[in-house]
Design a binder for this molecule. Structure first.
Ligand code: ADP
Length: 272
């Protein structure tokens, strides 16, 4: 089969001319698909062994009274690391689904309500981490976002959890939803440590971390921003990251205006 995938790029050229660059990206797409299938298969195969390890760790965990302290400590480690593996595998599987399916059934979302619910969970996380951070919400409720509730919620949650996890005690975190004549912007901003300029372009790569060692301790999967980027792509939007070391970061999710509907309209809105 000799089907090819071509990529067209059109540029203005001269006063009324146009230049077109055509690239054959068949091979690139095939390699991407192979990588995606491989990641999906490995993750799927790991699900059962991890469940079994977790199950046995739990059984042993119920026997703490009869076991010596070092053994109990080892069991706790096994259970904790198995949880971590499970988180990574689940995120990988979800990422795989995002890569290989199209967005289905977008619905008009009340973004303000969604941001408030994420902010509340994030405040609890902050308390659990011993930080006094109360995420604030500023939302324009006149506009609904036509999108996938689960995906947009996960994207906002990933950004907000990062803002809380990487910022120190007393930092401010703001979740906002703002629609103007030219933009629909959902932004998560923090006054945390900021991200060095050289790391910004690679931040949405899988497992890319600014500080490998420290990031692992904070307990994330390294896939959070990769997921956000995919969710934005699927909604026809774009993620922009602005950050300065020492003053904080802004993660700006820009949606096309075609995805925004006035809240006064009936709740049933036809998908794009
Ligand atoms: P992780 O699970 O490591 O948080 P992410 O993909 O969500 O994975 O984020 C990638 C990296 O980007 C993080 O490890 C961290 O170094 C950096 N990062 C993300 N959000 C922030 C933030 N709000 N402030 C500072 N650094 C951040």
């Amino acid at each position: 089969d000799d089907r090819r995938t071509l990529e067209f790029n059109v540029f203005p050229n001269g006063d009324d001319g146009k230049a077109v660059i055509i690239r054959d990206i068949t091979r690139v797409r095939q390699l991407e698909q192979t990588r995606s299938d491989f990641a999906g298969n490995v993750s799927h195969e790991l699900k059962t062994p991890i469940t079994v390890i977790k199950g046995y760790a739990e059984t042993l965990g119920d026997m703490t009274d009869s076991l010596p302290a070092p053994v109990n400590k080892a069991i706790q480690q096994i259970a904790g690391q198995a949880d971590r593996m499970q988180d990574i595998v689940e995120d990988l599987l979800w990422l795989n689904r995002l890569e290989n399916t199209r967005l289905i059934d977008p619905t008009p979302l009340n973004v303000g309500a969604l941001l408030n619910s994420v902010a509340q969970d994030a405040a609890e996380l902050a308390t659990a981490l011993g930080k006094s951070i109360t995420p604030q919400v500023e939302a324009d409720d006149a506009w609904l976002l036509n999108g996938s509730h689960k995906e947009v919620m996960t994207a906002v949650r990933n950004l907000t959890v990062n803002a809380v996890r990487y910022s120190s005690d007393g930092a401010s975190v703001t979740l906002s939803w703002k629609v103007t004549e030219s933009h629909a912007l959902l932004t998560v901003a923090d006054t945390g440590p900021g991200i060095p300029r050289r790391d910004l372009p690679r931040l949405t790569e899988r497992f890319y971390r600014v500080d490998q060692g420290r990031a692992r301790e904070t307990g994330g999967t390294g896939l959070g921003l990769a997921i956000v980027k995919h969710v934005m792509d699927r909604h026809g939007g774009r993620l922009t990251i602005k950050s300065r070391v020492g003053s904080g970061s802004r993660f700006i999710c820009q949606f096309p205006l075609s995805r925004v509907k006035p809240a006064a309209m009936p709740a049933i809105v036809k998908a794009d």
